[in-house]
Write a protein that binds this ligand. Sequence first.
Ligand SMILES: *Cc1c(COP(=O)(O)O)cnc(C)c1O
Length: 383
Amino acid sequence: MDAEGVQTTSKEMVDYVADYLENIRERRPLPTVKPGYLAKLIPEEAPQQPEAWEDVFKDIERVIMPGVTHWHSPQFHAYFPTGNSYVSICADMLSDAIGCIGFSWSHSSVERAGLLGAVTIRKLATDENFTLRGAELQRAIKKDRAAGHIPFFLCATLGTTSSCAFDNIRELGPICTQEGVWMHIDAAYAGSSFICPEYRHLLEGVEFAESFNFNPHKWMLVNFDCSAMWIHWQIPLGRRFRSLKLWFVLRLYGVSGLQEHIRRQISLAQEFKAMLLQDERFDLIAPVTMGLVCFRLKGSNDVSERLLKRINDDGRIHMVPSKIRDVYFLRFAVCAASTHSADVRLAWDVIAQLAGRLLAEEEASVVSNKMAAVSLGVVNGEK
Ligand SMILES: *Cc1c(COP(=O)(O)O)cnc(C)c1O
C-alpha cells in the first residue's frame, strides 16, 4: 500500500470507526459465538499472494465483529471501563506513524527478568562467531550443580542484538532436555526472516524449545507493539487486539510480499558489506546473516568511538555502537522499510568521508607530536 492507497483506505476506515461507535447501541454487547467460531471462517495459512483491501475490509463484519465484545457499548457494564475517545484514537494514529520506541538499554530484558525473579544469571562464553555452543553450556551446568545451584532456564538467541549472532540450538536443545532445563528462544529480530525458506536452517533444534518469541513489530511490517510469544501461559490479563494488525499485514502483503521485504533488507546489508570490504581502513567484525553489519576502524577502540561520535554529530545518518569482549564496533542496521540502495550508499559515503577526515587529523597530530618531540629533544640536547 502506497501513500495514495492509505489516504483512501484510512478514510474508509475512519468512516467505519465513526459509524461503528455511533451505532454501537445496535449491537449486542456480548457476542453469541462459541470459542473456535473464527477458525472455521479463516484459512489455516496466510495467503501466498497479497489480497485486495476490499476483501479484507469486508471480512471485518463477516469474520471479526461477530466475535467482538463491545466494551464501548453504552450497554456494557462489566468489569471496569476501558478508556477510549476519538481524540485518543487520532493520537494513536500519529503515534503509530512516528513509530518510535521509548526504552532504556540500562538492563537487557533477560537480565531484568533475573533481577525481578531473584535468580542468579550466568552469561556464557561464545565462540569466534559469537555463537553459544553445547560444550560451554554443559560445562556451565556442571559447574553450577557442583556449586549447589539449580540451572533451570536457558535463553538462547537467534539473532542477538549486538551482532545478530545465532546460538547453536541444535547442540543446546538436547542438553537442555537431558538436564531438565527450559530452553527459551529469543528470535526478536531475526525470527521474521524464517518466513523465507532459505533461512529456516537456522531454526534447526527449535523442537527442543519450551518457548519461542519473535517480534513482528521489529521486522515484519507490523507497528509497535506486536510481539509473538509461543508459550503455554503469560502474565498480562488485559491487552489490546494486536493480532488484528498482524492479520491485515499477512493478508495485504501475503507471504510473498513479506519474503520480498526480508530479502530486500538483507540484500541492502550485503551491499553495505561489499563496500566496507573494499575499504582497507575497516574491519568487519561479525558474519552478516541478516540486515546488520558490524564493523570498526582498524586500530584502537578509541578511534572507532570518535568516528561514531562524528557520524552522529554530523547528523545525516544515525547509528549506535556495541561492544563484545572489549572490542568496540559500529552497527549498521537496515531499519526502515523504505530504505533503498541510494540510502545505503549515502550512509557509506558519510562514514567513509568522516573516517577519512578523522584519520587524516590523527595522522597530522601524530606528525606534529613527533615534531614536537624532536624539537624537545633538540632543546634537551638529545640526538
Ligand atoms: C529487540 C530485542 C529484544 C527486545 O524486544 P522488545 O520486545 O521489542 O522489547 C529482545 N531480544 C533481542 C535479541 C532483541 O533484538
